[in-house]
Design a protein around this ligand. Structure first.
Ligand SMILES: NC(=O)c1ccc[n+]([C@@H]2O[C@H](COP(=O)([O-])OP(=O)(O)OC[C@H]3O[C@@H](n4cnc5c(N)ncnc54)[C@H](OP(=O)(O)O)[C@@H]3O)[C@@H](O)[C@H]2O)c1
Length: 342
């Protein structure tokens, strides 16, 4: 084994301690000290430097069967992380390598070296592998281009537009020839950012007036493609504005992740028939074959300055639940990241 002299004996990790009903509260979680396992044959020990808090994790807090298994009570939670290798018993991973892996929400992770991907801190800042060049970025890229079949000249509407996925969707749409890109977000400050920084043509604050009215005003000629991060009244408004043969990528429905009642909208689904709309759900995990193409194209745009991104970084493992709850409440611009002392 290659390792520095002393390895940590214990580390802190977040456990889910109760299943939330509606909005999670800090009392549903506990930060606990646990022994750090020494790597066995083929394993590595990683000190996490950054980890991700994502909307899909809310679903994992419910005890229901889904496309990702639920978090277990009183067990460490997990999710995307990047860190530095402290010890390795895997032939392809060396001490000091930076890796991305799936054991976030903790300070130290011991895992099969084959389940970690080496990442380069020279090619991109490490948190970018959790956001603009990571899972949310691939979601935006594959969702818009493959699932949504973006065409030159399309008029595109994106909800959750100042978040990790949405801000990238809007910019890729512009770069790939959309004739109009409209975004919605939950504050005037975010709306300004959409038009002034991310190059959206039009943007509105969904909290200041009904989405249907604001979208009608923003898109007098209708829309061809809707990228849905929100569901509910946003999806209803989009169905109303979609042109004949329009498409909607159903990526997320964050407006209902904490709801305790079924959503009231959309009430106009029957319009799908007459307009021959295509509403298609997507999961990023189905599109990993696009990973290399996505990273090459998006990192090129980042280098040329054509695509920009934000991160909201919360410092310290003890702040991770606040970061997660803050992300659900819209306190992030771009990707919400938890960073640990370097
Ligand atoms: N299908 C897939 O494979 C896949 C993969 C990744 C993500 N997703 C989905 O994509 C969406 C965005 O994910 P992300 O990681 O990029 O998160 P994000 O947009 O960076 O963060 C979540 C944002 O949702 C907005 N929001 C919260 N409650 C809302 C509500 N009631 N109505 C409207 N907006 C609300 C907040 O922004 P405001 O301030 O604007 O309200 C918040 O900043 C989520 O729905 C997520 O589940 C799906």
């Amino acid at each position: 084994m290659t390792a520095p002299e002393t390895l940590p004996a214990t580390g802190r990790e977040w456990h889910l301690t109760a299943r939330p009903h509606g909005w999670p509260t800090p009392e549903d979680f506990a930060l606990r000290e646990a022994p750090v396992a020494e790597p066995g044959e083929g394993e590595i020990l990683v000190r996490n430097l950054h980890f991700s808090v994502d909307p899909y994790m809310r679903g994992r807090m419910n005890d229901v069967k889904s496309y990702v298994p639920p978090f277990q009570l009183d067990r460490p939670m997990d999710g995307a992380a990047v860190g530095v290798v402290l010890a390795s018993r895997h032939p392809d991973v060396s001490v000091g390598d930076h890796v991305q892996h799936g054991l976030g929400w903790r300070e130290f992770a011991t895992l099969d070296g084959g389940r970690a991907t080496r990442v380069s801190a020279e090619l991109a800042p490490l948190p970018a592998y959790l956001g603009v060049l990571g899972m949310p970025g691939l979601t935006a890229y594959a969702g818009l281009l493959r699932v949504g079949s973006l065409q030159q000249g399309d008029r595109v509407f994106v909800s959750g537009a100042a978040g990790a996925v949405g801000s990238e969707v809007g910019q890729i749409a512009r770069l790939k020839g959309a004739s109009q890109v409209i975004g919605s977000a939950g504050s005037d400050e975010k709306v300004r950012l959409l038009t002034e920084k991310y190059g959206f043509h039009t943007a509105f604050n969904y909290k200041s007036a009904p989405v249907g009215e604001q979208l009608k005003e923003a898109a007098p000629d209708g829309i061809d493609l809707y990228f849905d991060n929100v569901g509910g009244d946003h999806l209803e408004a989009a169905i109303a504005r979609l042109n004949t043969h329009g498409r909607a990528v159903i990526c997320g429905m964050i407006a209902q992740y904490n709801a305790t009642e079924p959503p009231a909208a959309p009430r106009n689904l029957a319009l799908v028939i007459g307009k021959r709309l295509r509403l298609q759900g997507m999961l990023v995990a189905d599109h990993t074959d696009l990973q290399q193409q996505f990273v090459e194209e998006v990192s090129g745009w980042i280098r040329s300055g054509e695509l920009v991104y934000d991160e909201t970084v919360v410092e310290g493992i003890d702040q991770a639940v606040d970061a997660f709850l803050g992300m659900l409440a819209g306190r992030n611009t771009g990707k919400m990241i938890v960073s640990l002392p370097q």
